[in-house]
Design a protein. Structure first.
Length: 199
């Protein structure tokens, strides 16, 4: 069965780091030929997103997203990452873009709320507060329950940074990726503790 990996989580919870790890493990996180984009200050190693797809999700343009998903149908494995999928109004119709013979695996990043807030403060996020962090986390939990995802793969960002080898083994096993030792080492090397968004 064709496998699709959807990465989401609260903004600044480590979704880009996880997407980079998955890419190293052999999960194409962007369409072939798509150039990586990054922010030299906040995300110098890349977002592992496609700006056009992000825009379609933001605007909830489902016909375009359905065509995008259909265009990648032939590939046995690929992934997509977007924190905007935390909300049911986007996650549910996006899941409906896939065919029944595609195995959809949802991977959620988790991070201590205080560290998310520190990262938000550093990047000047409007309305940053602990309540805002908890509200999004609760909305994500409700979204997963509503779409029937009772057992998402959870990746603790802080644990990934502290002990990448163990967490990458967990990711590889839970998702059944069968990554080679070379791919696993590349994934470990891609985790940079200096890129935690705050000093």
């Amino acid at each position: 069965m064709k496998k699709r990996i959807i990465v989401t989580g609260v903004d600044r919870s480590g979704t880009s780091c996880l997407a980079r790890v998955l890419d190293c493990l052999g999960v194409p996180m962007q369409s072939p030929g798509e150039k990586a984009h990054f922010n030299e200050t906040m995300n110098p190693t890349g977002y592992y997103e496609e700006p056009q797809v992000n825009e379609w999700l933001r605007a909830e343009q489902w016909p375009e997203l359905r065509r995008y998903v259909e265009a990648r149908y032939a590939a046995p494995l690929w992934g997509i990452k977007d924190p905007r999928l935390c909300v049911l109004s986007r996650m549910e119709p996006f899941l409906n873009c896939f065919r029944h013979d595609e195995d959809i695996r949802i991977v959620v990043t988790q991070r201590a709320a205080v560290n998310i807030l520190k990262s938000w403060d550093r990047c000047g996020k409007e309305g940053a507060s602990m309540k805002a962090v908890f509200d999004i986390q609760e909305e994500l939990d409700a979204t997963l329950a509503a779409v029937g995802c009772v057992n998402p793969v959870i990746v603790d960002y802080d644990a990934l940074v502290i002990d990448p080898g163990s967490m990458i083994h967990h990711i590889n096993t839970k998702l059944g990726l069968f990554a080679s030792n070379t791919q696993k080492q590349r994934a470990i090397d891609s985790v940079d503790p200096k890129l935690r968004h705050f000093v």
